[in-house]
Design a protein around this ligand. Structure first.
Ligand code: HEM
Length: 533
């Protein structure tokens, strides 16, 4: 069965008669699809076996076994019974779940060319601007163009070096205000989750638009035309839309799995998608128009969107798709990694002591650690690897899709199957990691082999950014920012769990997994305020 194609028009409510017919047709198709997903399959002339998996119920498929919550953990448990390649069809969607180093290598290296597409989805239709973005778009010329623009003009090593001063400024401003709080009231309670959200939002907004729309509340907007001021204010108030985008992106949307139910909008998600898309579209249109009306307002070199507009190679929809990806996916993934790092460190105070000793020895107490110091700080690097091993921000990767019939691990994989790769399960593998559930940065320093491991996609034992054609294009930016921010927070402050609440490590739900509840920690200054900025 084909994964439904979702142009926006197809999401309009249907007439009742059409609905009844559609329900009937869907019922027959789903029964057909369930009966076809069992047993073996004649693939390209040879009789090959489909992967094993839990019982496939009529209509709903494996939904009862998979459920709605913490799917990376459920899949991991199921894989103990069914092995590294499982089929878990849900409704009309042919879901295949893979895990383990060998399968990661086969999926993302040996067979990367066959599995590099993406399924069409309601998220891609609305938040990917009709699949004109990078993340939610199938493998096609649109993806090649948007991915190239992002990798070359926003996230390349030379762009990262160019943006270093801006990142430093943003990190130091946030530290200053924390210092202010901590010096007025030692032991004050800080919401680390929203601290990370605000800081990463500020950095990413600057990466997209440079100084064009200044974001800090104590600074004037650099551009004095009225549209720029409107955009400046809209970006300041962006957080609720960002939260809504993150929620909608991560929610298991029944309409994607049961297309016949889509017109009913049973979860009320489509209404929310439609509302958010309108808001994002209004904001992004205003940004594009303001750039067109005032082409020489900003400095092109640090205004990514301005630069893409001047090149005239991407459509407005592609630009909107890129802005949507970077703002929604980029902020949450990075902020959640910082949040996990601080939670694990406070839960393991001996790691804080070791990191602070290293910082004091290598950097001293006269100035604050910066990005250039990181190379000489192996323990800080080990902390970031350990955080991404235990808590990869997107534990089930983004869904991959094969457009043609293929095979994985010796099993037949029908065309248009959706492949979920359990990145989180790699970090749980006892054959690679001693006591895998324990937070222990020292594991990365115990010998040369582990010291040399990196998270950039070349080592299939540790893949928080995945690997292959679809690997996260921001892997360098995200690791550098994680190390920089955590280094600064540990160097400048002492941290402990808030006396107002115990440390709750419960995971949130969604495609990006952070802490379920905001992380509240007590903070005391370590360096003198003058040396800390
Ligand atoms: C700790 C932070 C981050 C982690 C752990 C992370 C992880 C990932 C993962 C696992 C994927 C899916 C790869 C695949 O499908 O195989 C991905 C894709 C992507 N990420 Fe990230 N990411 C992070 C930060 C960011 C940031 C900051 C940005 C933007 C500035 C970003 C932009 C993207 C984009 C555009 C894609 C889609 C790539 C494609 O489909 O070609 N990510 N990321």
């Amino acid at each position: 069965m084909e994964w439904p194609s979702l142009p926006l028009e197809s999401w309009r409510p249907a007439q009742p008669a059409i609905l009844v017919l559609a329900l009937l047709a869907g019922f027959i198709l789903l029964l057909w699809s369930s009966s076809h997903s069992k047993g073996s399959h004649a693939g390209e002339g040879t009789k090959e076996k489909l992967p094993p998996g839990p019982f496939i119920w009529p209509m709903v498929g494996c939904l009862p076994a998979v459920g709605f919550k913490h799917r990376h953990r459920t899949f991991y448990k199921l894989s103990k019974k069914y092995g590294p390649v499982m089929q878990v069809p849900i409704g009309a969607a042919k879901l295949i779940v893979v895990h383990g180093t060998a399968m990661a290598q086969e999926l993302l290296k040996t067979q990367d060319a066959h599995f590099s597409s993406r399924p069409l989805s309601m998220t891609g239709a609305y938040l990917g601007f009709d699949h004109a973005d990078v993340n939610l778009t199938p493998f096609n010329s649109n993806w090649q163009a948007t991915r190239k623009a992002l990798s070359l003009h926003l996230l390349s090593p030379s762009k990262l070096a160019f943006q270093a001063a801006m990142r430093r400024y943003q990190v130091c401003s946030s530290v200053s205000s924390l210092f202010h709080k901590a010096s007025i009231e030692p032991g004050t309670v800080v919401n680390v989750s929203s601290f990370a959200d605000r800081l990463i939002t500020n950095i990413i907004v600057r990466m997209l638009f440079g100084n064009r729309y200044r974001f800090d509340s104590n600074q004037a907007c650099s551009s004095q035309n009225p549209a720029a001021l409107t955009i400046y204010k809209a970006l300041q108030d962006f957080d609720p839309d960002l939260r809504e985008g993150i929620f909608l992106w991560g929610e298991l949307n029944l309409a994607d799995f049961f297309p016949v139910l889509a017109p009913l909008d049973l979860q009320g998600l489509e209404r929310r998608f439609r509302r958010l898309r309108k808001k994002l579209e209004n904001l992004f249109e205003l940004i594009i128009q303001e750039h067109r009306n005032h082409p020489h307002e900003g400095e092109e070199e640090d205004d990514f969107i301005g630069m893409l507009l001047s090149q005239k190679q991407l459509s407005d929809k592609q630009l909107m798709g890129i802005m949507s990806n970077v703002l929604i996916a980029g902020i949450d993934t990075t902020a959640r990694a910082i949040e996990w790092a601080m939670a694990e460190l406070v839960a393991n105070p001996e790691a804080i002591i070791k990191a602070q000793e290293e910082l004091d020895q290598v950097v001293g107490k006269e100035r604050l650690v910066n990005e250039m110091d990181i190379e000489g700080l192996p323990y800080l690097q080990a902390i970031s690897k350990e955080v991404l091993r235990l808590h990869p921000s997107a534990p089930l990767d983004d869904p991959h899709l094969n457009e043609k019939p293929s095979s994985l691990g010796g099993y037949y994989i029908p065309a248009n199957s959706i492949i979920l790769h359990n990145l989180w399960a790699l970090g749980q593998d006892e054959s690679i990691w001693d006591n895998p559930t324990v937070f222990n940065p020292d594991r990365f320093l115990r010998n040369d082999e582990y010291r040399a491991m990196n998270v950039y996609g070349g080592d299939f034992r540790l893949l928080p950014f995945s690997s292959g054609r679809r690997r996260c294009p921001a892997y360098q930016f995200a690791t550098l920012t994680l190390q920089h921010v955590v280094g600064v927070l540990l160097h400048a402050f002492d941290w402990s769990s808030s006396p107002k609440g115990t440390l709750n490590m419960e995971e949130s739900d969604g495609i990006v997994v952070g802490l379920k509840h905001p992380l509240l920690l007590s903070v005391n200054a370590r360096l003198s305020a003058m040396n800390a900025t």
